[in-house]
Structure formats: C-alpha cells, structure tokens
Write a protein of this length. Sequence first.
Length: 204
Amino acid sequence: MFVPSLLLTARAEPGKRQEIGGDSRLDGVIDQLGTEGILVSPLRTLRYFDQRVRLYNEQGREDVGFAQAFVNAAQLVIANSDLARGRIFAEKAASVWKTTLGGDSTQAIKHGALAQDPSKYELYGNSMKWKTKVDEAPQGLEPSDFEDWLWRREKPKALDSWRICGAARPSPGSLTSQTRTTLIRTSMRAATWLLTDRDAIGAS
C-alpha cells in the first residue's frame, strides 16, 4: 500500500520544501490545497503540477523535486480513478528517481511498482471523476499532443467568423482574396476576445 504523499505535501509547513529558481509561488499554492484540491478541484491542482514540471524542464533540472512533481500528479489522477494517466505519471516519476537516486533506490522501485498497478495506491477510487482503465492512453499522437492529453490541457477551438457575425456562410468560391484576409483577421480578434473573457472570468 502506498502512502499518500500528495496529502502530506499539501499539509506540509510553508517554506519546508525546496524552491525552484527562487519562486515558491507554486509551493505555496500546493501547501493550501488539501483534500479539496485533490478531490474537489483536481483539474486546477493538476494545472499547478503541470506548471511545476514545465518550470523544471525550462531550467533543465532533473532532481528530487522534479520526481516528486510527477509523484504528486500520479497520486492526484489515481485518487480520481484515472489509471491511464496515473500509470504514465508513475513511470515518469520512477524514471527520474532512477536518474537521481539509482535504480535500486526505494523510490525508484516503489514507483515502478505503482506504474505496474496504479490501483494499489490507497486513495484510488476516492472519486470517479476521471475514471479510465490502465490501458486507455491514446496511441499514435504527436509528443506535444500526448502531453496535452496527459495534463488535460485545453486547446483553443476553431472559431466560425460567420457564426460570430450572425451572417450566412458563403461558398468558398465566392470569396475574394481581400474577403478571406478580412475573415482571418476577424477570427484572430474573436479568439483573443474569447480568451480574454475566459481569463477574466477565471480570475473573478
């Protein structure tokens, strides 16, 4: 049975964990998550771990903190019954543990075993929100698309400029070059407006 270190991390005293590049903002957020961040708002919590991993990647660091970020992500998704992502995050954690502590280290062995059977994690099934089977990871995706799936990143949807403007869609052959250019610009502006509105709503 695996000890829920994600809960321990969430309850740790502020300032006790190693900062990344002098920025403790993510650590401070994680300290305050608790059970709500794990089971009530898991997507927001996953965003924090995603940011943490990206920060490590940008700095080219592969150390204990990097491994722990994957451990936390694995435990988060498994607690929400997502075995497919849990297996992959556990594999990533085990790989970093092997690099930092050695393949025969307790952490490398422990998380290698978790990757083999993520349902062994003791918080598995606390929520069924993200329920997947261990073999349900998508196949044949580009690396960037796979990472988007893994971290549940949202992608901007293509916009229909004619629908936004309330006009009837013309046939492609009837559009002049100038009209096409105008439509492209309109779509880009509309996308910016929608993203700005979404960010404003999220911040309120």
